[in-house]
Write a protein that binds this ligand. Structure first.
Ligand code: 9WN
Length: 449
């Protein structure tokens, strides 16, 4: 069988095997519930093999949206036992909301990838016939106000720095959980190691401790959840009440990209003035990212600790993602492309600068290669017409997954698979990479308006 056909078949099989009937799990071994940004990446791949599931997956997640607009980072499956994942529903103690029973979700968020995913699923719907196209239109109608509510929550309630950017209140909200980009801000968060006597980490039962966060960091993660939870998950006066409030370049890039996708969706739904407002918001977020997070000395985007006002000194993969912003200044685009192709990163990009002291080739988000952030970097290369590098990255990613399997992440030197072996977003984005060799399609999406 042709290698591409083989990869296609194995990717589709992973998505099938991880489908629960209502939503897709990130992986059967480590993550037995529904995760927010995983849902979006999975939908992008499901669009090719089963668009009805792509929509069902997005719908399941947004059915758990809070009345304030936040989309929880995990929606707990009531049929999965409490001890299958830690921290589980009992730890989060989320009250009943919007007709849903208590303890149905976490109170954190993740990067709002869903508008872009919905747009991608919609774009591919016509290929599946008139019925699928009709369904796509109906689903967009249902999702649009919910996607807007998510943007409003993040842009308003989470603008803790008053700068036009959304802050994250926990490293888990970034999706790049254990990145060195959080180290400096996290160092000021108390680490109560006794929490680990009270609560049992479940991740270490199913994965190698040298890949996962340290106990000290895990104790800080739990302490942050407790603080946010005990404040009723309120976002009032965040920088006074909460010890971790950070503006992340990747999170805010996804926020701006969502506005651009919403502009497309609003256009399809016949709301031209809303489309205009979405484009303006994307421009505003881009300007704020440039103003707040660009360091002209390192020529890189860094996370900003809102409480101390300091930029993290680390060059994490999140600092490359503003490349996906179409309105980024040319000099910054050039600097990011240079970083992407330099020894610091290289194609495919590792999750951290290889030359930095914090680089760790095995530990979660501190060095290994992840497919989803590479997919976003590739998107950025295409948006700025860097076709050659984008093609090279596409080939490198497909080679990596084909040789090693649909792993959660990969060793940045040897390419060997790490973490969970049948991971949904690796499979889903492999389908998209296989299908979408027509690079300029991405760029057109944003230039058409
Ligand atoms: C905590 C599910 C999630 C991803 C994140 C990744 C990891 C969870 C964990 O797995 O986070 O949310 O237990 O480490 O860092 O990006 O969404 O795949």
């Amino acid at each position: 069988m042709h290698p591409d056909a083989e990869l296609w078949r194995s990717a589709a099989a992973v998505l099938d095997q991880n489908w629960t009937g209502r939503y897709i799990v990130p992986s059967r071994t480590l993550y037995p519930h529904q995760w927010s940004w995983d849902t979006a990446f999975a939908a992008i791949g499901l669009a090719y093999v089963n668009p009805a599931r792509a929509w069902r997956n997005l719908r399941s997640l947004f059915e758990a949206q809070w009345p304030d607009g936040r989309v929880p980072h995990i929606v707990f499956d009531p049929d999965v036992p409490e001890d299958a994942y830690f921290p589980g529903p009992r730890f989060w103690r989320v009250p009943a909301y919007a007709g849903r029973p208590a303890r149905g979700s976490t109170g954190l968020v993740q990067p709002p990838m869903h508008a872009l995913a919905a747009w991608e699923v919609y774009r591919h719907a016509a290929a599946h016939g008139a019925g699928a196209a009709q369904q796509a239109r109906t689903e967009l109608d249902w999702l649009y106000p919910r996607l807007v509510a998510q943007q409003e929550f993040l842009g308003d309630r989470r603008d803790a720095g008053g700068s036009g950017l959304a802050s994250i209140v926990h490293p888990w909200e970034s999706g790049l959980d254990n990145s060195p980009a959080w180290d400096e801000a996290l160092a000021t968060v108390p680490a109560d190691l006794s929490l680990l006597d009270t609560y049992q980490r479940r991740d270490l039962d199913v994965s190698d401790a040298t890949h996962r966060p340290t106990d000290t960091d895990y104790a800080r993660y739990l302490g942050l959840v407790e603080n946010y939870r005990d404040g009723g998950y309120s976002d009032n006066d965040l920088s006074l009440r909460h010890p971790f409030v950070v503006e992340c370049p990747a999170f805010n890039t996804v926020l701006a990209t969502a506005e651009l996708a919403l502009a497309q969706i609003a256009g399809v739904l016949g709301h031209p003035s809303a489309a205009h407002r979405h484009r303006e918001r994307a421009q505003g977020i881009t300007a704020a990212i440039t103003h707040r997070l660009w360091d002209p000395e390192s020529e890189f985007f860094h996370a900003r600790d809102v409480r101390s006002g300091r930029l993290s000194p680390e060059r994490g993969v999140g600092g490359l993602l503003p490349l996906a912003l179409p309105d980024l200044a040319g000099a910054q685009v050039d600097a990011l492309v240079a970083a992407v192709t330099s020894y610091r990163f290289g194609l495919p990009v590792p999750s951290h600068d290889r030359t930095g002291p914090a680089f760790d080739d095995r530990r979660y988000w501190r060095g290994p290669v992840w497919i989803n952030v590479n997919w976003l970097v590739r998107r950025g290369l295409l948006v700025h017409g860097r076709r050659h590098e984008a093609d090279e990255l596409r080939r490198a990613l497909l080679r990596l997954v084909h040789r090693n399997g649909h792993y959660e992440y990969f060793h940045p030197e040897t390419g060997s698979g790490l973490g969970s072996p049948a991971f949904s977003w690796t499979a889903a984005l492999s389908l998209d990479l296989l299908a979408d060799s027509s690079a300029p399609a991405y760029a057109r999406v944003f230039q058409a308006t």
